[in-house]
Design a protein around this ligand. Structure first.
Ligand code: GLN
Length: 511
């Protein structure tokens, strides 16, 4: 495996800056890696045919003496929920097959302006509905740690691309955990920023009050570098926060010194007992807490009594918003149109198109959402769910009076097998038990690798949550724990992942 693809974005940025390698070389190395492994992993729905030209352009600008961003020339994978002018954007759905957007999502425009090289569009559950990427209309992505297992979802493509060294950086979106849960099962870092911290303009909406775009990377510093590029006020997003954010890369660098753990109050939720988690996940979580305690952090038990109702409230609010957001796929304005034989009415065309273009999970949620919003049920379902949402927000407010961050395992289990939960929506939904409350409350969350589960040897993530607007705190704490964990591991966690070649050989051996 070439050294280039093993580098973090920060390292690659420095080498590019120093002129030790060119962006064309860096981009080519990642394209070669994609060509070598993506038939197995299927992280990408589309590989950008313009990537090398974009890289050459950055090399020219650098040669001309332009002052470029610290990660200019570094390749970036983009979740297919984000619209792009030069590559199709499908959101994992047949209804948008081949759709070319007339504009770039703000985060994509900012990435291009900072000199990042769009490498391609990554696979996802259709319209970001799912926790395994099995709901993609284009076939599942596989976990680079074990190709028989799921890479998480909905952003399994972005997480797998980063974990398989196909891209050093990726963009994801997180409505209920789609950045953090894939990070957990693939041994990568994922951040859901404060609601309003990163523009949603050009992110194909799932549930507008919950959606947030964020970084997927191999290190906390890389996430900070990418967040610095994509974040900040955007007048095109009416929910964008108009404020000055600190540098998240600087916060990560500060955190890596380890000093921040001294006196840090880390909240652990009483109502989330170990019994709800796979033993290896709970053990890894407690080991990380122990490490933080050894460095001076104080572990404080807190109560968040409504946290456990998050999933139930979410599965009313999300389908309600999704059913409304997806109404625009009406066979007229975007993508697919199916015209039945005979003399079809507009309604016939619309219904045939939606029947053919949407997969089963999308249909399930549209039905749930329209039901929850219908006259006579609105107060009982949607109204109640909104009240629970407020109670969860109050739980967070009370907790953050007592602690600086809250810690939880990022998900209940390690990566499950493909096919294991696909026919059981409730089991699939319960995956997001610990990630959903952050979306309901609008607070930021980070998942960083905490090690390998002792029971099955697969990656486990630890999640930290902070008050709204305190994303920098997550970078400091995440980088501090990351540094402490690195000292206990023998090199980065992802170095322990079986190489994809080994996985292939092993599977062939079994057959
Ligand atoms: N898995 C969750 C769901 O299916 C979260 C999705 C997301 O964050 N986009 O809704």
């Amino acid at each position: 495996m070439s050294d280039i693809i093993r580098m973090t974005a920060a390292e690659l940025g420095e080498k590019l800056r120093a002129g030790d390698i060119s962006s064309v070389e860096a981009t080519q190395a990642h394209l070669d890696r994609i060509a070598a492994v993506d038939a197995d992993v299927h992280a990408f729905l589309h590989v950008n045919e313009h990537a090398l030209a974009a890289a050459a352009h950055i090399d020219d600008r650098r040669a001309a003496g332009e002052d470029l961003s610290p990660i200019a020339g570094v390749p970036l994978a983009i979740k297919d929920v984000l619209v792009t002018t030069d590559q199709p954007s499908t959101s994992g759905s047949k209804i948008l097959e081949g759709y070319l957007s007339p504009f770039d999502a703000t985060v994509v425009a900012r990435a291009r302006a900072a000199g990042l090289i769009p490498l391609g569009k990554t696979n996802m559950d259709e319209f970001a509905m799912g926790s395994s990427t099995e709901h993609s209309a284009y076939g599942p992505t596989r976990n680079p740690w074990d190709l028989d297992r799921i890479p998480g979802g909905s952003g399994g493509g972005s997480a797998a691309a980063v974990a398989a060294f196909e891209a050093p950086l990726a963009l994801g979106s997180d409505t209920g955990g789609s950045i953090r849960q894939p990070a957990h099962v693939t041994g990568t870092v994922g951040i859901k920023p404060t609601y309003g911290g990163v523009s949603r303009y050009g992110a194909i909406a799932l549930a507008s009050s919950l959606d947030q775009v964020g970084p997927v990377t191999r290190t906390v510093l890389d996430a900070g570098l990418l967040h610095d590029v994509i974040g900040g006020y955007d007048p095109k997003d009416s929910t964008s926060l108009d404020e000055q954010w600190p540098s998240f890369a600087a916060a990560a660098r500060e955190g890596a010194t380890g000093q921040v753990l001294k006196g840090l109050r880390v909240g652990v939720i009483r109502e989330l007992p170990d019994s709800g988690f796979q033993p290896g996940v709970a053990a890894s979580f407690h080991a990380s807490l122990g490490l933080m305690e050894a460095q001076g952090a104080e572990i404080v038990e807190i109560s968040a009594p409504h946290f456990e109702y998050g999933v139930a409230a979410y599965y009313l609010i999300l389908p309600a918003e999704a059913s409304s957001n997806l109404a625009k796929f009406d066979s007229v304005r975007f993508g697919l149109r199916v015209t039945p034989d005979g003399n079809p009415t507009v309604e016939d065309v619309m219904s045939a198109t939606r029947e053919a273009g949407f997969g089963p999970e999308v249909k399930r949620r549209i039905i749930l959402g329209t039901y929850a919003l219908s006259a006579g049920y609105y107060d009982a379902y949607y109204g109640s769910a909104q009240k629970v949402r407020t109670l969860i927000q109050r739980d967070f407010d009370a907790a953050f009076q007592q602690v600086d961050v809250i810690a939880t395992p990022s998900a209940p289990t390690t990566a499950f097998r493909l096919g294991e939960k696909i026919d059981d929506p409730l089991q699939m939904y319960l995956n997001d038990l610990t990630t959903i409350p952050a979306n309901l409350a609008g607070v930021p969350g980070i998942s960083i690798p905490s090690g390998l589960a002792e029971d099955d040897g697969l990656p486990v993530g630890i999640q930290f949550l902070a008050p709204a607007r305190e994303d920098a705190r997550l970078y400091r704490v995440g980088a501090a724990l990351e540094a402490a964990l690195l000292d206990t591991w023998d090199g980065p966690l992802l170095d322990k992942a079986p190489t994809l070649g080994d996985i292939r050989n092993r599977q062939e051996g079994i057959r």
